[in-house]
Design a protein around this ligand. Structure first.
Ligand code: HEC
Length: 251
């Protein structure tokens, strides 16, 4: 705005200057020009003051608009903040609800799992008990020379196990008679030899082999029957090859 006004003003001044420099000889012409110049100067002054007024008005308006918009922005942003805070609260509440629901579900699930586990445990326990009872009953009702009582092997087989170890049989026949340089005795007793043949081999040995006679070994001779019973229980898989003191059934 100011620039436009300045432009108009300078054109007007230029015109005035021209009028003066080219002053004509005639006085009337000169006075005419003078009054025209005065008129123009007045017009220019009017335009300038008018323009200034307009500019001021516009500036005031602009300031007002700016203030207003600043106010409305503040208002709007505080509204937005309020809305965001509200939304946050709602989300927090929702999250808390969801956590509560999840907790409840987890607790329920845990309870169900615990119940299932307890039921499974009970089932397994009763099955194990049944199996032990079945084996005990089967062994007790059979004509086997050993017995299982409360999951423990009878004393004759225990004594046979002690004799097997004390007699040094394991050095050649392996732990619990599983076989080494000498044959698997659990198998021999169950599938190969009668009790008489067993006693004969142990007592007299097998000539020409590493199996020596044990007739001079009092410990072995006094416990031949129990030794046989132990190896029979091994052959029947009632006993494992392990230590019967550490594990009642050697397995
Ligand atoms: C020095 C090693 C050695 C020792 C110790 C030993 N045996 Fe043997 N035993 C053998 C060998 C080897 C044979 C296989 C002989 C053959 O070839 O027929 C054998 C065979 C046997 C057989 C016959 C198996 C069959 O299927 O024909 C019996 C039973 C046996 N031994 C019991 C015992 C007992 C019980 C003891 C402990 C008191 C014992 N042996 C100690 C090496 C040994």
């Amino acid at each position: 705005m100011y620039q436009n006004c300045l432009a108009i003003l300078s054109v007007a001044l230029l015109l005035c200057a021209c009028g003066e420099s080219e002053a004509p000889a005639s006085d009337s012409v000169s006075s005419n020009l003078e009054s025209a110049a005065t008129e123009m100067q007045k017009n220019v002054a009017d335009v300038v003051s008018e323009t200034t007024a307009v500019v001021e008005e516009v500036a005031t308006e602009a300031v007002e608009v700016a203030e207003e918009s600043a106010e409305s922005v503040t208002e709007a942003s505080s509204e937005m903040l309020d809305a965001a805070a509200e939304k946050m609260d709602a989300m927090k509440e929702e999250a808390a609800d969801m956590a509560e629901v999840a907790k409840e579900a987890a607790t329920e699930e845990m309870a169900a799992i615990k119940q299932t586990a307890a039921a499974v445990m009970q089932d397994v326990e009763s099955k194990v008990e049944d199996t032990v009872q079945d084996v005990s009953a089967a062994v007790a009702s059979s004509d086997k020379p050993y017995q299982l009582v409360d999951g423990k092997i009878s004393e004759n087989a225990m004594n046979g196990w002690r004799t097997y170890n004390g007699g040094g049989c394991g050095a050649c026949h392996g732990k619990g008679g599983v076989g080494a340089v000498g044959p698997n005795l659990a198998n021999s007793v169950k599938n190969v030899l009668t009790q008489e043949q067993f006693i004969d081999v142990v007592t007299n040995g097998r000539s020409g082999t590493m199996m020596r006679p044990h007739k001079t070994n009092k410990r072995v001779m006094d416990n031949l029957d129990d030794l046989y019973v132990y190896l029979l229980a091994r052959g029947d898989d009632v006993l494992g090859p392990g230590n019967l003191i550490k594990q009642p059934l050697g397995k």
